[in-house]
Write a protein that binds this ligand. Structure first.
Ligand SMILES: [Fe+2]
Length: 189
């Protein structure tokens, strides 16, 4: 009779490496969020289901991948977000209808300990985002998003991971950026 050790190494039914259980999914990357936003923006039925308001932005909460926070947002002509960051979350946005304009800073700002900051020349970036176009962004991204059209609504898909812990809001006068407000999730509902 073979010893237990030789049996286990020679037997055709020796236990193989256990099949990997589907463990907790890896957190969604910027690319994952951009892919989700692109696919969602192409869902014309969903996009058409967003109620639009002539004056104010409208929102529809979506199920983002891997526990991310996601939104469908409607932008009447002339509306925008103002300058803000995403509290350390990374994310993505894709325009589904109309056209948005993103203004962003190609500079990493210190996150704490300042109230006003003079931006260096040349840090401003402008990116038109017509329908079907979008971008992903990292955890330090500072931007504002605008619908500069005077006649047309825009609709876009946004996803953030982790779900937004807070948002810092800034005002901008020339090259001076001023921290105006730190918003907690309960404030934006
Ligand atoms: Fe944003």
């Amino acid at each position: 009779m073979p010893s237990p050790s030789s049996a286990s190494s020679a037997s055709p039914v020796a236990p193989t490496r256990p099949v990997a259980e589907p463990g907790p999914a890896a957190p969604p990357t910027e690319a994952d969020l951009l892919d989700f936003a692109r696919r969602t923006a192409a869902d014309t039925e969903l996009v058409a289901s967003l109620p639009l308001d002539p004056e104010d932005r409208t929102w529809l909460r979506l199920e983002g991948p891997g526990g991310s926070e996601a939104w469908l947002i409607g932008w009447p002509p002339g509306t925008g977000t103002g300058w803000h960051d995403h509290g350390g979350s990374h994310g993505a946005l894709v325009t589904a209808a109309g056209e948005l304009m993103e203004q962003s800073l190609a500079a990493r700002l210190p996150t704490e300990g300042w109230k006003t900051l003079e931006l260096a020349d040349g840090v401003d970036r402008e990116r038109p985002l017509p329908a079907g176009r979008g971008r992903a962004f990292g955890p330090h991204h500072v931007h504002e998003v605008l619908n500069t059209s005077t006649t047309r609504h825009a609709v876009s898909v946004h996803a953030y991971y982790p779900p937004l812990p807070l948002m810092r809001r800034y005002s901008r006068t020339g090259q001076v950026l001023r921290l105006e407000q730190v918003e907690q999730p309960e404030e934006w509902g």
